[in-house]
Design a binder for this molecule. Structure first.
Ligand SMILES: Cc1ncc(COP(=O)(O)O)c(C=O)c1O
Length: 367
């Protein structure tokens, strides 16, 4: 009999698959309700930008063709908006694919990658599948990055350092000064990847100016996405900005038609929908303020966020997560290491209010 476990090998057997949030419709079906809300995956609660919808519909008749292999129009628009040379941009099926391309291109068996913990688990999953160790360096008690500890753990085997900034699931950030200090420390043959999936939401004044830094440090790569503030998570489009030679190497590994046609068209149109982006950022800022106030009223400690989600201490995260689920509110429980917490995506004002009412109820207060 075919032994698939044996064929896959030790590393694959040891992998714990990424667990996505439950679909809203599925929860509604299970509970027999009609108005469940999903605040679990840091998606954009304002929906899809109108200009993106319109553009995709207009181009439906072209879906018999393969997508533009080099994301021609999207690349042209983005390069002009960001004022970076087109050959410094790489597009992927979400930034998830770019993480995979980075690891496959620049890390080999016996090398390691490094990130901090807790952070985006996908770095470790992709590395392990390729037989590459991921060193997870615990954050400080306040959830901020411990650069002293990271420096202690840097050795010649570390090929890529993934720094989610802002970080998921904590919402904390690395300042310009911390990043520059680390870039001065790090060996030029170690690639530092700034995963800036939530960068559009940042309020902090001392947040790094990525464009200045990627021009200064050849080994620094920034990774961004259309999944969050641009409202296109389902279309799966992300991109990286880096040194021309780094992008050239990544392009050699990339599948020719990796970013689908609908995604390219939607992303290009979303870049024109400035109003949607503005509204998304404003909604997030106001929602954050509202949720902070309500958490304070409920006596709950939370981590101040630079992103579109908040990590909040509810005592018993798993219990509250399950109780909220039964009330039709999907949030995220993050496992043993963060067992007192849930992570909630900032929603529309209506969704935030429902979440707070239900949270109050499941915590034992009155609705
Ligand atoms: C820190 C971080 N990086 C990357 C991603 C992946 O985004 P994408 O949808 O572009 O693959 C996420 C998604 O939640 C994230 O939180």
């Amino acid at each position: 009999m075919t032994d698939f476990r044996k064929l896959a090998g030790k590393d694959i057997n040891e992998l714990i698959p990424y667990k996505p949030g439950k679909p809203v419709k599925e929860l509604e079906r299970e509970l027999g309700i009609s108005e469940a809300i999903k605040l679990a995956s840091n998606e954009n609660s304002l929906g899809v930008p109108e200009l993106a919808k319109k553009a995709v519909i207009e181009h439906l008749d072209e879906m018999n063709f393969y997508p533009y292999g080099d994301a021609f129009y999207l690349r042209r628009k983005l390069s002009s908006l960001l004022e970076v040379n087109p050959d410094r941009l790489l597009f992927g099926t979400g930034s998830n694919e770019i993480i995979e391309l980075l690891i496959r291109t620049f890390a080999k068996k016996g090398d390691s990658i490094l990130s901090y913990f807790p952070s985006f688990s996908v770095y470790g999953i992709i590395a392990k599948a390729a037989g590459i160790e991921c060193k997870w360096i615990k954050v400080k008690d306040d959830f901020y990055v411990d650069f002293d500890k990271i420096k202690e753990n840097m050795d010649e085997k570390v090929r890529i350092v993934f720094l989610a900034n802002p970080n998921n699931p904590t919402g904390t950030y690395i300042s310009a000064e911390q990043l520059e200090d680390f870039m001065e420390f790090v060996n030029e043959n170690t690639i530092v990847v700034l995963d800036e999936a939530y960068v559009e939401y940042v309020d902090a004044h001392d947040f790094p100016n990525t464009f200045r830094l990627i021009n200064k440090y050849k080994n620094l790569i920034s990774m961004r996405t259309f999944s969050k503030a641009y409202g296109l998570a389902g279309f799966r489009v992300g991109y990286a900005i880096g040194d021309k030679e780094a992008i050239d190497m990544l392009n050699r590994v990339r599948q020719p038609f990796n970013v689908n046609m609908a995604g390219q068209i939607a992303a290009e149109a979303a870049l024109d929908d400035k109003d949607f982006l503005r509204k998304s950022i404003k909604n997030n800022r106001e929602g954050k303020k509202y949720l902070y106030t309500e958490f304070k009223k409920l006596g709950l400690k939370y981590v101040e966020t630079q992103a579109n989600f908040i990590l909040v201490n509810v005592g018993d995260g798993e219990k509250i997560f399950n109780k909220l689920l039964r009330e039709g509110v999907i949030v995220r429980f993050l496992g043993e290491a963060l067992k007192e917490y849930i992570r909630v995506t900032i929603g529309t004002p209506e969704q935030n209010k429902i979440f707070i009412d239900k949270l109050n109820k499941v915590l034992g207060g009155t609705q």
